[in-house]
Design a protein around this ligand. Structure first.
Ligand code: F1P
Length: 340
């Protein structure tokens, strides 16, 4: 089997997977609307590994767009530390798992239901796995299903699902419709920047990667940093942009690569962090709507275009893995699902 075959296909087929997800969501929109019209003032998103980072990104988006309190927590925290995790009163739990079979996520959902804490929505990729029949609503994104161990297509497709759900809950039909434009822009990014991803990922003189993302993008920066670790066994860490000055910048060397998930709303502050790191000798690469190196040019609302940061970052991790002679489909020491 050719090295990286599955991961490559999964990364490049994301636009089609997103399109299929939007079609699937259209069929469940009324059901989601009915559930979100209850008193869902407190929402918890949960998952493990990639889907925990997804929970962080989804919670930030949900709170931003609905104004209701939302948090993202690892499923093991809900299971082991319920008192530190759950607020008082009714909660809407949104559980995310590519496999639908991760033990920690299943236990968190089971105890949530037994303790009658509120309603449960599940997002996963396999209808026949246990999670997909545990919720009050179960969303199955089969277009995100994957052969590889590290999540790429599954992550972005499930993330899009949480974004769509939040827009439904917020009654933002205008932004919901805009989501349909994402696949074409995603395709454009993949077509335009694959060589650059190969150049950045293939430069083995770099020995450390930092992914900067704030607000709605911190969970996404965390996921891209995880991709770098899983696929390419490289030292990699995520930070909020402004946090990087508060200590982590001491790690900047000539062999450091910083990738910034740049916003438009705080462009100046974020760019000044990148400029500072460049002056210290690091390599910087900003991704963003229009004033960056990797440019979306989407014309979409800033809050709904976040999924577009993912394909380029995933490609950098993939290319680094290939350049190191590793197989991105089969990360070191990892299983596709953690079953306890
Ligand atoms: C979550 C996950 C993956 C990770 C790993 C083990 O799985 O942590 O993110 O890459 O190989 O499982 P899931 O619950 O989303 O299926």
């Amino acid at each position: 089997m050719e090295r990286g075959l599955y991961t490559r296909q999964e990364i490049y087929s994301q636009p089609e997977a997103w399109q299929a997800a939007m079609q699937m969501l259209a069929e469940q929109k009324d059901e989601l609307l009915a559930l979100s019209q209850g008193q869902q003032r407190q929402v918890l998103f949960t998952g493990c590994g990639s889907t925990y980072y997804l929970a962080l990104a989804a919670a930030a988006f949900y709170q931003d767009i609905t104004g209701n309190c939302a948090r993202g927590l690892p499923a093991s925290e809900l299971w082991h530390y319920p008192q530190a995790s759950y607020p008082n009163g009714e909660v809407l739990l949104v559980a995310i798992s590519r496999s639908g079979a991760t033990t920690e996520t299943l236990i968190a959902c089971k105890t949530f239901k037994e303790q009658k804490r509120g309603k449960l929505i599940t997002l996963s990729c396999y209808a026949e796995e246990p999670l997909a029949s545990m919720g009050d609503i179960n969303l199955v994104f089969s277009s995100g299903a994957e052969q590889s161990i590290a999540q790429t297509r599954a992550f972005s497709t499930l993330y899009l699902g949480t974004v769509a759900f939040a827009l439904i809950a917020a009654g933002r039909d205008d932004l919901y419709e805009e989501l349909n434009k994402l696949p074409a822009v995603g395709q454009h990014i993949l077509d335009t920047y694959s060589d650059l991803a190969k150049e950045i990922g293939g430069d083995l003189t770099k020995d450390r990667f930092y992914w900067l993302g704030s607000g709605l993008r911190y969970g996404l920066a965390s996921e891209l940093s995880l991709k770098m670790k899983e696929m390419s066994l490289t030292h990699s860490e995520p930070f909020h942009f402004m946090e990087f000055r508060h200590g982590p910048k001491s790690m900047i060397t000539k062999t450091a690569q910083v990738i910034g998930l740049q916003s438009s709303s705080h462009y100046e502050h974020e760019q000044s962090v990148l400029n500072e790191l460049k002056a210290l000798g690091g390599k910087v690469l900003p991704i963003g709507e229009d004033q960056s190196t990797v440019i979306f040019n989407s014309g979409l609302d800033e809050r709904i275009r976040n999924v577009l940061y993912l394909p380029f970052g995933q490609l950098v991790a993939f290319e680094r893995s290939m350049a190191k002679g590793l197989n991105p489909d089969l990360p070191h020491n990892l299983d596709a699902v953690v079953k306890l």
